[in-house]
Design a protein around this ligand. Structure first.
Ligand code: ACO
Length: 335
């Protein structure tokens, strides 16, 4: 039976570290508030004028993933790029990675599922690999949030949370007994789309209207998040969708060796850990260093978990995400 394995993982984050104390100089906030509510101590924000845009960061993460998989760029036969912060409104950044890596004219797909983007992309890739369509898929999650945040007191409920960075994996077929992606589960609930969204500029708020209004208080340019509402839905949906993956495969919570949840908020991860009865070292978190990097958070965390030796051959790995849309998803992988 052909399954999908993660053959190589990589990540890249901008050099520029922004601590909570740095944010205190920009807005009315405090290190204590941010740490207590989110667990975040610092994040990476690309320096204005640097070349750290989403496609370039994605390319850098991909180069590390390909090196770790032991393959060259010209062996990649499909690209999937998940982001909510593309370089341009269109085209999406997948084609830019194809160009930056100098790969032949393969397919490049852009996924727009925000924090769940990596799991959605993995699920799509899994179908292509299991059907034998592709042999080396590059799946990337990359975000540049810093340029689009309201870094004043007005935007503090959102801007302190988000960070920049990229993660990537190379996906390949495996016939090794019991190994690889065992199951994936995807969900959405569009009635809550506007609870966590960036609504303008867009087709419903086009440039001529923006120019005509010339309104400095038009908050539609910035991400909006109904934090409490999102938090409550997140903890419920994470639990549900992990349960769904366990049920589909016949495993119990206690069988999970490592859970890597999307790094939305350390409190969400800790709530999940306690509710599922997992030990602290069974849940990997690095939001303390990077903040919420949306579609990039799971592959960055996976890359660091591997570097830190947290994942061994044969381990049962669970990945789960929840975010804007609302969208959410999970997967179980036998490493
Ligand atoms: N510093 C200081 N005070 C602040 C800050 C800040 N950075 N931000 C908000 N506050 C204030 C508010 O103004 C409010 O003050 P008030 O009581 O005087 O009105 C108070 O702190 C409490 O604000 P809340 O928004 O109720 O704070 P909450 O405890 O909900 O924490 C947070 C906010 C951290 C955003 C939390 O709600 C959260 O993590 N939500 C979930 C985020 C998430 O999971 N997102 C999904 C993924 S992201 C994606 O898909 C793009």
């Amino acid at each position: 039976m052909i399954r999908t394995k993660i053959a190589g993982v990589g990540h890249y984050v901008p050099e520029n570290v922004v601590t909570n104390h740095d944010l205190e100089k920009l807005m009315d906030t405090s290190d204590a508030w941010i740490q207590e509510r989110t667990g975040i101590k610092e994040r990476r924000w690309a320096l204005p004028g640097s070349d750290d845009n989403p496609s370039v960061m994605g390319t850098r993460a991909s180069q590390m993933a390909m090196k770790n998989a032991g393959i060259e760029a010209d062996e990649i036969d499909f690209i999937i790029f998940a982001t909510l912060s593309p370089d341009y409104y269109f085209p999406g950044p997948g084609v830019m990675v194809q160009d930056q890596l100098g790969i032949k004219e393969i397919g490049a797909l852009d996924v727009r599922n925000q924090c769940s983007g990596f799991i959605y992309g993995l699920s799509v890739a899994d179908q292509f690999i299991r059907t034998g369509t592709y042999k080396n898929i590059l799946l990337i999650g990359s975000e540049l949030h810093s340029g689009g945040l309201d870094k004043t007191t007005r935007g503090r409920g959102v801007s302190v949370i988000f960070g920049d960075g990229a993660g990537a994996v190379v996906l390949q077929p495996t016939q090794e007994e019991g190994k690889g992606v065992l199951t994936t589960h995807l969900h959405s609930e569009g009635k809550h789309a506007k609870e966590l969204a960036l609504l303008g500029p867009s087709t419903s708020h086009w440039v001529p209207e923006i120019i005509e209004k010339n309104d400095p208080d038009d908050l539609s340019y910035y991400p909006y998040m109904n934090g409490n509402f999102v938090f409550k839905h997140a903890v419920t949906r994470f639990g549900e969708v992990i349960g769904e993956a366990l049920q589909a495969t016949g495993y119990q919570t206690s069988d999970i060796d490592l859970l890597i949840p999307h790094q939305a908020n350390l409190r969400i991860s800790q709530y999940l850990q306690q509710k599922m009865g997992l030990k602290e070292d069974q849940v990997f978190n690095n939001i303390q260093k990077y903040g919420n990097t949306t579609a990039a958070s799971i592959p960055i965390a996976l890359s660091e978990a591997l570097q830190e030796g947290k994942l061994k051959n044969g381990d049962l790995l669970c990945l789960a995400a929840f975010g804007s849309g609302f969208t959410w998803g999970s997967t179980l992988i036998r490493w």
